[in-house]
Design a protein around this ligand. Sequence first.
Ligand code: ADP
Length: 522
Amino acid sequence: MSLIQSQQILQDYFGFADFRTGQRELLMRVFEGKNALGIMPTGGGKSLCYQIPGILLDGTAIVISPLISLMKDQVDSLHTLGVKATYINSSLTSDEYGERMQLLRQGYYDLIYVAPERFDNPFFMDVIDRLQISFIAFDEAHCISQWGHDFRPSYRSIIDTIDQLEGIPFRIALTATATEEVIQDIQSLLQIDDDSVVNTGFYRENLHFHVVKGQGKQDFLDSYLPNHKQESGIIYAPTRKLVESIHAQLIKRGFRAAYYHAGLAEDVRRKQQNRFINDQVEIMVATNAFGMGIDKSNVRYVIHYSLPMNIEAYYQEAGRAGRDGEVSDCILLFSGQDSHLQTFFIDQSELDDEKKALEYKKLRAMINYCHTDNCLPCYILDYFGEKNPYNDCGHCTNCTDQSEKVDRTRDAQMVLSCVMRMDQRFGATLTAKVLKGSADKKVKQFGLDQLSTYGLMKQRTEKQITEFIHFLVAEDYLSTGDHRFPILKLTQKAANVLKGHEQVWMRQTEVQQTVEADFDQK
Ligand code: ADP
């Protein structure tokens, strides 16, 4: 197998002139027979990286995917291209199953798609044990890592089973979302060298990120949706109840919308999903149960009605917009209250304390995204530890915000010294109360009204002070650790500000401008 042959297949079978970034690099590792990992954004063209070797190499390639819903679509489109491919999963009748297993045993297929659970089936194992396998591909490979946001224990446990199979030349792993920890985990589980990791980066220039704060969520929808009536979009909401009520509101306002959540019967879900995919309705309102494996290329916007649980989940869900490369919006509607629900979800989960702490920390990073003044996709890239080739995307809420940046160093010093005087033992709400000079019971109870910083910012509202504290957290002047209740601690950057070695600049929002103008007049 060579690059020239691959190029030929790309043109003859798929009808594409050239490889996309990352595809060629990954295929080169594969030609050398190396285990390889490809990290490419959603819509980046990961499937071709195993489909082409599957067609070219002798034997049958096994593609493991947790997404049963996607298998049929992929196989159908491979059939139209004349590729011998199939899928084997629980949706088959026993006749279909028998027939496919028979053909598999005869080595007929170039590619078969299976879910991880298939490896628990002794009959299947017996057949593939005798089969000439060209390679094994792990699609959505982040699901095998316990550090990934979508860890599937069944996916991980098959690795041992596969290790025991003889004659598997190599493995290919593919994912669109992977933090440094997840990448390392996948590498060590599947024995992939550093040289064989192809990471094209996550950045997708066509996605325009926005955070909407201080505006009613329904008001926002009322102003945004009529201007995007002909376009496909997804609205994510955190609970089934909210999904249904947003959906009802949209129908009432004359929009064509479907809805989807895990509480609906399988056939209802499929019907709703198809209405959206086939463009019978423009809007899909859904919980995060919707979307994995949905290959709809013309989604022009993804609106999050509430805070997602972490940046990984957000980027994956938001990334369902613009798979066709056209400019698309990723909008997050933020209100400070949203974090309570996500904290509650973590509290209620069955995770052990260590994992819960990690989830709280990830949730904090998600909240910080809503408070930062910096370029939004840059913040996301930073979170994934990726070098950011652009300083500003030029399109997000923060990059397009024309408001002037003002020097808030003195305010920052007040907050930071208050945190210091409160022994770095309390959260943003109580700190704001102290700075406001509130007569709150808790303030008195802890004797915080005796501090020299008590009432230092009394001319501002508690809400303004709290928001400013969140901004200081987002900009890394304060950290909140991984406790369930975020406790403010000073960072190195804070020390620099307190010593007067660093200034703090913040965009002046309209609300602040009015308040400050009011004070100026007094
Ligand atoms: P991913 O799995 O990375 O999300 P897909 O493999 O589904 O992405 O590919 C996304 C779209 O890009 C598909 O419609 C696919 O046909 C198309 N595509 C893939 N590779 C190329 C290429 N080299 N040139 C043009 N289009 C491509």
